[in-house]
Design a protein around this ligand. Structure first.
Ligand SMILES: [Zn+2]
Length: 280
C-alpha cells in the first residue's frame, strides 16, 4: 500500500523519499531513544536531496523498507501549509479570505492538517503564525497513508486534484515578508487570538512526548515571543503557563528556564505585526 501510494505521488511529478516510520507509539525505528522527530526524518543519507520520481528507485526503497513512511518534497509540484492547532487553522482561513481552503487536504496522524497549494517559490517558514508552518522550496511533508508517531495514519480529507489553488496575496505576503514588516492581519480579534494561541501552545507543550519536549517548548516560546514582541501578550503569563506545561510534561526546571528564555527572546525580536488596519 505504501509503495503503491509512493508511486502514485511520483506519477504526479512529486519527488518521493522514504522516511523512518514509528516502531511503536512515540518510538522511532531509527533506534535513537532521544529521537526528536519520530516517524518524520529521512531514511536516506542525503535526505530530501535524494528524493526521486523514478519508479525503479522508489520500488527498491520500499522493497528494502516496506513500512517506510512517505516523504514528499515540497516546492516542486506543491507547497504545503502545515497546521497543528485551532489558532493555526483559524489564522490560515482568515489569510485565505475567511473560508476554509478548497484545495487538497490531509488529516495528519497527529491531528493537524496539511493543505496543498501551488508552489509560491519561497522556502520553509516555521511558525508563520502560532500553529501554522509553511513547507516550500527544499522542504518536505509526510503524506498518506504514512503512520504518525501517535499511532494514527495520515489520510486524505480531499485528495490531490490536477489544479492546485494559488496562495492568496495575504498569505504570500506573510510567507515572503520579514516577519516584522507590516504583515496582513489574519485576526479579527487580536486579544482572543493571542489568548487562544497561548492556550494551544501550552497544551501542546504539556502533551509533548519524551524526545520532543524541549523542541516543542522552544517552538512555543518562539511563537509566543513574537506575540509578546507585538504587544499582544504579556511575558509574565506566557512564562508562567509554559513553565507549568513544561514541568507537567516532565522537563527539568533548569532546562525549562533555559529553553524558555532563548525561545522567547528570539521571538520577541521578530514581533508579529498585526498591520495598521488593526491598530484602532
Ligand atoms: Zn528517529
Amino acid at each position: 500500500m505504501l509503495l503503491a501510494a509512493a508511486l502514485a505521488y511520483a506519477r504526479l511529478g512529486i519527488p518521493v523519499l522514504p522516511v523512518h516510520p514509528p516502531a511503536g507509539p512515540g518510538v522511532c525505528c531509527c533506534g535513537r531513544p532521544d529521537c526528536d522527530r519520530v516517524g518524520k526524518h529521512p531514511l536516506l543519507r542525503h535526505g530530501l536531496h535524494d528524493a526521486s520520481t523514478d519508479r525503479r528507485r522508489i520500488a527498491v526503497w520500499w522493497e528494502r523498507w516496506p513500512r517506510a513512511n512517505i516523504g514528499l518534497r515540497t516546492g516542486v509540484v506543491m507547497d504545503v501549509a502545515d497546521v497543528d492547532s485551532a489558532p493555526g487553522w483559524h489564522g490560515l482561513c482568515l489569510l485565505l479570505g475567511g473560508g476554509p481552503p478548497d484545495g487538497p487536504q490531509v488529516r495528519t496522524g497527529g491531528g493537524g492538517r496539511h493543505v496543498w497549494f501551488r508552489p509560491c517559490g519561497h522556502g520553509n517558514r516555521v511558525r508563520l503564525l502560532p500553529g501554522l508552518d509553511w513547507r516550500g522550496r527544499d522542504g518536505y511533508v509526510v503524506a498518506p497513508p504514512s503512520r504518525h508517531a501517535g499511532g494514527a495514519d495520515y489520510r486524505w480529507l480531499c485528495p490531490p486534484t490536477a489544479g492546485l489553488p494559488e496562495v492568496t496575496p495575504a498569505l504570500r505576503e506573510l510567507i515572503a515578508g520579514p516577519p516584522a514588516v507590516s504583515a496582513p492581519a489574519p485576526v479579527g480579534d487580536p486579544d482572543r487570538y493571542a489568548r487562544a494561541a497561548l492556550e494551544a501552545e501550552a497544551d501542546r507543550v504539556a502533551r509533548a512526548p519524551v524526545g520532543a519536549r524541549n523542541d516543542t517548548l522552544n517552538r512555543a516560546a518562539f511563537a509566543l515571543g513574537r506575540l509578546v514582541g507585538a504587544g499582544m501578550l504579556d511575558e509574565g503569563p506566557v512564562c508562567a503557563e509554559l513553565t507549568a506545561a513544561a514541568l507537567h510534561a516532565g522537563l527539568g526546571r533548569a532546562e525549562t528556564r533555559r529553553t524558555l528564555r532563548s525561545g522567547l527572546s528570539a521571538g520577541r525580536i521578530r514581533p508579529w505585526n498585526q498591520g495598521p488596519s488593526h491598530v484602532a
